[in-house]
Unconditional design. Sequence first.
Lengths: 434, 434
Amino acid sequence: MNAVELIRKKRNGESLTSSEIQFLIDSYLKKNIPDYQFSAFLMAVYFKGMNENEQSALTNAMINSGVVVNLKDIIGVKVDKHSTGGVGDKTSLIIAPIAAAAGVKVPMISGRGLGHSGGTLDKLEAIPGFRTNLSLKEYKTVLKKCGAVLIGQTKEIAPADKLIYALRDVTATVESIPLITGSIMSKKMAEGIDGLVLDVKTGSGAFMSKEKDALKLADSLIRTAKSFNKKVIAFITDMNQPLGNYIGNWFEVYESIKVLQGENVPDLLELCLNLAGAMIYLGKKADSVEEGKKISLELIRNGKAFNKFTEIVKLQNGDVSYLYKPEKYPKSKYSEKIYSAKSGYLSSINNYEIGMAALELGAGRKTKEDKIDPKAGIIFYQKIGNQISKNDVIAEVFTDYKHSLNTAVKKISDSLEFSKNKVSKPKLVKRILT
Amino acid sequence: MNAVELIRKKRNGESLTSSEIQFLIDSYLKKNIPDYQFSAFLMAVYFKGMNENEQSALTNAMINSGVVVNLKDIIGVKVDKHSTGGVGDKTSLIIAPIAAAAGVKVPMISGRGLGHSGGTLDKLEAIPGFRTNLSLKEYKTVLKKCGAVLIGQTKEIAPADKLIYALRDVTATVESIPLITGSIMSKKMAEGIDGLVLDVKTGSGAFMSKEKDALKLADSLIRTAKSFNKKVIAFITDMNQPLGNYIGNWFEVYESIKVLQGENVPDLLELCLNLAGAMIYLGKKADSVEEGKKISLELIRNGKAFNKFTEIVKLQNGDVSYLYKPEKYPKSKYSEKIYSAKSGYLSSINNYEIGMAALELGAGRKTKEDKIDPKAGIIFYQKIGNQISKNDVIAEVFTDYKHSLNTAVKKISDSLEFSKNKVSKPKLVKRILT
């Protein structure tokens, strides 16, 4: 086998065998195939795609580039959730404790934010002392003790993904369904899970803005999960506006605490109940997603979900006093309210721009090396469909960077559209696929 | 401008501006864009092509990566020919002296053979002493003195092409019409020519085996030549069988001498008259290609073409005694005749395999570093359409490598197909395009 012939084969639209894909991934990892050949291969995959066998082989080769965590000695069904990311998406912080409180084991490996989209790790690290960089041994210990653990990708898990992702990022080959599928599923399959709940976002704040593409990705993820004999449920959900009202790392921890303590943040709560309900169902602690949703709501009401969250935070070295007294958290130096310049029904939000505004304020990174400010962010008070009068407060921005205030305010103001006619609220959960 | 955005733009099928293409080529040459980004760009071009403006900009950027030869002080119209290559294609050795004898200036920069296809430089270097590596100063001097010069690509001319070609070769991005066009035309335009005759081959021994693809390439080459205000004529010609009867470096010099001395090798002579006729027409020494063909035939008959050939060889340091007495050239140690195993009409030849057999015998290179044996080669006696009896001689192979005899004989035998029914001879000149 040689790399040029395999690139040509894929380029010509022929399908590669499992051993050919294994050869490509292994050789790239061992640096026997140089970056310039692998990037040409990635671009050929971008154009020609992969069939189911190729997709499984790719995922398999990426899984086996590192350690597959063995969680056999932890009793119970292990279920994780993966979201394709968006603005204000803090569901992991809420549903991991709910599912764990229901008796499901939740070994969760999450990512950092990049660009307009936030990352679970950055949110967790907004809690003073919280450690996301546990070793695999510590990961197992925490999971065993409290039924859930939330960490970042370790070096041992799917190292091929890290390498390939870095190359895709600089060669315009990120937006490829087989490559996205391989990247997501290799990490998830290596965690040692039995089941997976997927939250595939669509809309202006989503990676896949078109619902058609989100469906394709969901389909690919489901097929791949099944080819590894994992139980899977996928939700296609709306990301045309921020999820909940708080955007920014500590802000999102804060809103998660509120929801776990029983506050009704309608869209955020609805999505969390669905995702947690599905996790509880896949974890065999409910006979249906609906029953799982009821259990979830009960675990919020009786305080067990919030208690589980404090338990996880404590075991991962976080200072739980901030969970009990979130008001003592440091505040941003500057803040500014954004008032509506118009009257009418809020008809559309360029949600990508809301994410970018949060980034400007310090809540995100422009490059992987940037530091984030956990205090920075946005409270976004309005939802699509709301009737708004001129000078009503739309949002409020918070930052330590005075110069970013104007940029962020302008970005947010420019992202809004109003209609004179009544506008219906977008449906949050668009599709459930299994 | 940044590379990823430009790769993405091309990948999405948008067209790049001239300055964007200039930026890509310049940055790659300066190593500001790494190989892995450029190869992803090349693969995106493979899939998405280039429009006329992009093609001109690419060619222009490649031309300007090096020196553009100034031939203004040499009086006369400068015309070159480019062939896409094949088996037994020695036309350059015959038409350069014919056109020069007619008063056209022929500044010819040629390539080496690789794979199944021979190269003009290797053929010329079969003449003892012949120097193809002239400096640009020597190049001009020879051209001024005798009206023709035949050299290899110098470092000064289109260095971007050398770099890009090497990357295409290892990333399965060779077979792309805009990239082939850029490669060919950047070198030709940098030579300082006024007109160009193109010989685009099609058939089993050609780079573009399908006539449809050959036409597309010819069209792209013609448009690009015109965008640089060059006169151009393209021939689509058959490469389903060797051109002439001799394959191998010295063998092809030998057959060229014979044609220049008036011997009638029908297909080879026909193509040479066409190509030389077109060069003479573009060089304004005839009012039509037809008149140019007549002049060419006359220059063979009156000995002026052969004399011009000896003049060029002498000026480029070649030993002309071998031209006058070709029989004194060293002979291969081993030879073997191939007899027909069947009776019938020769209906098809896998001409690629004939080229590969010549390579096995020592006439070509498997890698760029291999040395070639100028004596090695094949005399191929038969043409498609010939009626052949069992045990008739089809071909004869010549080599110093005893072990390669069997391989070559088998390759040639296996490449032949016979028919019981009469088979018409393929048309040599399929299309003439301007």
